[in-house]
Design a protein around this ligand. Structure first.
Ligand SMILES: Nc1nc2c(c(=O)[nH]1)N[C@@H](CN(C=O)c1ccc(C(=O)N[C@@H](CCC(=O)O)C(=O)O)cc1)CN2
Length: 294
């Protein structure tokens, strides 16, 4: 059954489009990445962010701080990057070590360089329907849904999850695509019934395989944002990645579905690159490249 939405392939296409947009610009956008501590997954993500930034023709700067870094030290780096006219985008890799206040660090980022779309200004622009920098994972989810369905106008989109980082912005971004949006969550009554009413079901709850195949309407498009590490049965002592959807069974019901891994995850980095170009254009009063429109 060919109903898999290939996030790796769409991410590669998105990076190609970003590279074309960069090649046509009169400037070279610069992304600064801040990594605090030595979380192994964060190190991999940051390595890939830097690699793809450079592969798409942009410049990257990397700032690494030890896990013992103080709030003041992290904030000082962000402030220095805010003041550096060469820097177009600032990304602070999350999660930060527990003793640091992530919200306070994010609040320091100059909104014009907020390529993660996480500052209050970016969130406010999204709510108000104003142009701005949208969060990367929700953007990737919209691009994948469009890759499967084309125009999303009038589709009923159910977003399962209401986190500030993913669920809420995803709901608003599907609304921007003229979907009729329902936000569902752990206290929603008849959750399976609500989910089964969706043309597009976006799962962002962070609970492994919570969404069962019976929750999926026949032919629906399922976007699984969950990336959960669970113990591997085949390889004791090791972990494997699963989404929020029971993929194997849901795949036989859905019209289109993203896998985990290989679905929304790779789009997160591709959309970060896209945001870096958009931030560079906005800051330098260059029109946003038409080919980067969603
Ligand atoms: N500042 C940010 N921090 C974090 C973000 C973010 O968007 N901004 N998101 C995640 C981590 N993340 C990017 O930073 C990210 C997560 C997952 C993937 C990805 O491609 N996942 C693969 C599987 C990779 C694996 O084997 O572990 C997949 O799903 O196929 C890319 C980026 C939290 N922090």
């Amino acid at each position: 059954m060919d109903n898999l939405i290939d996030g790796k392939a769409v991410a590669a296409q998105t990076r190609d489009t970003v590279a074309k947009a960069v090649a046509a610009l009169p400037i070279t956008p610069t992304l600064a990445v801040v990594l605090v501590g030595d979380d192994p997954a964060s190190q991999v993500y940051v390595r890939n962010k830097i690699k793809f930034t450079e592969e798409t023709g942009m410049r990257s700067l990397e700032h690494r701080l030890p896990a013992t870094a103080t709030q003041e030290e992290v904030v000082a780096i962000v402030r220095a990057l805010n003041a550096d006219a060469e820097v177009d985008g600032i990304l602070v890799q999350l999660p930060l070590p527990d003793h640091l206040d992530s919200n306070a660090v994010i609040a320091e980022i100059d909104p014009s360089k907020d390529v993660d779309g996480l500052t209050e200004v970016s969130a406010g622009r999204l709510v108000l329907g104003q142009p701005g920098l949208r969060p990367c994972t929700p953007t990737g989810s919209v691009i994948l849904a469009k890759a499967a369905l084309g125009d999303l106008t009038s589709k009923h989109c159910v977003v399962l999850g209401r986190s500030i980082l993913v669920g809420k912005p995803a709901a608003l971004m599907f609304l921007e695509q003229n979907c009729t949006v329902t936000i569902a969550h752990s206290r929603t009554e008849n959750l399976p019934v609500v989910c089964r009413s969706a043309d597009i079901l976006v799962a962002a709850v962070g609970r492994p395989k919570m969404v069962k195949s019976e929750w999926v309407k026949a032919g629906a498009c399922v976007i699984d944002i969950g990336i959960n590490r669970v113990p591997s049965v085949k390889r004791p002592g090791q972990f494997r990645l699963v989404g929020d959807v029971d993929y194997r069974k849901a795949r036989s019901v859905a019209g289109a579905i993203t896998p985990v891994p290989g679905g929304v995850g790779p789009m997160t980095i591709a959309c970060l690159l896209r945001n870096t170009v958009l931030a560079a254009c906005d800051r330098r009063e260059i029109d946003r490249p038409e080919i980067l429109k969603i």
